[in-house]
Design a protein around this ligand. Sequence first.
Ligand code: GDP
Length: 477
Amino acid sequence: MADFKQRWHQLEQKAKDIGYRTTDRHLRLAVTGLSGAGKTAFITSLVEKLLTAATQPPYGGLPLFSVCMEQRFYGAQRARQPDLNIASFGYDAAMQALRAELPTWPKSTTNISELRLAIEYQPKAGLLATLTDKATLHLDIVDYPGEWLLDLPMLRQSFYEWSEQLLAPDSPLSHTSAYASFIANLKTLDAKVEPADETLAAVADSYRLVLEELVHQQGFYLAQPGRMLLPGDLQGTPLLAFFPLPRGFWLDHQGQTVASPLVSSLEKRYRAYVKQVVKPFYQRYFEDFDRQLVLVDVLGALNRGRAQFEDMANALNALNQSFRFGKGGFWQRLFSPKIDRLVFAVSKVDQITREQQGNALSLLKHLLQPGWQHADESGCQVEAMAVSAIKTTRYGVVKDRVLGEVSVVSGTELSDDRPTLTLFPGEVPTQLPDDQFWQQQGFQFVNFAPPLMPVDQPFDHIRLDHLLEFLLGDKLS
Ligand code: GDP
């Protein structure tokens, strides 16, 4: 009898082992957004949540994530990343910064990176549930700068069209102080002479300074080529040593394009960039992504002012275009994307009061333009949410003698002396703001410090569980 029991147990174990092997699943979740959108903080907090959920009562701190709510979540561990040629996401360094005695925000995304988690759970339905009581989902989280997606239109533009667009008289580039020096450098170029590599590199550098001022000082978002400011491993290569050229260099009086050694050198570099950088990025990575999250710092853009906000709206529109795969269209000829769930999320909504979070979501939907939610023919489901990866504030109500009860947020300001601030950060518009709004606007979105938390307690968040349910829930059912 004992023998039989042992044999039975072995058979059962074997069946389960086969079950494990056939039930292992794999999902690649890509996270993007423009610089400062909150990608690094988001991934760090998400990973921390998943690593600790099994020990956090009740429901792993993620009650809207059905695998946790139904108590089928066994745990998650970090696993060896699958791609040896992609940098590792710096989770440990990010946690060190966030968990320091004086917590600081981790370093932002500048390149593509990835991290793998093995999530163990109890399947509840289908073949999996009959085969095994424990399955594993290998979740790869891939982080990449949204700026790289802004190059997308270049795939369909010629060097001349690109130059015309960037150097149009009303272009934000022309309002930077570095623009004059770029134009002065252009004037030193002799179109009839084959330019030396160093000459192109020097002018490209003065163009880079224009983009740098535009983005880092003036708070704009659209900057092409996207790799010039976030070069990743292309730093210093001739692939990035090109720039737009005013039409005076390539159009004659009759409006005909004139060939010259300078123009053809730049055109060649432009085409090489599109062929060797832009296209392969989509081909190599997009074919692999199953799910995509786009974080949008709507509040930061409102804070920066009208021109910057409108620029962000254009950039968001360009990002959105990257995910519209319609069958038989341009994309399908280039590669075969398989993203079947896409989320746009307003990030950092802990900076505003609870009532204002709905406004921020409604504004995001307006920014995405009508029809944003309709899955295209490829069947991709699209959702919009308002989230916060790391909640830095508490909500409260204060009594004002004139206004009566006012909702406020309270948190620690990210400054040397770290004062506690309690404030009403301003009213977020529900639609695209009009003239009157910009004249009256008064925002006070403060850069709060990450909160000091007990070691064994993960950061508070806003709706990360809702987001996880949409992005992963079906794969863990
Ligand atoms: P990335 O450039 O997309 O990687 O953005 P980061 O993750 O580095 O975030 C940029 C900045 O946004 C951080 O340094 C923080 O100041 C702020 N931030 C990011 N996430 C949150 C959040 O959940 N809440 C708050 N209040 N601020 C955040």
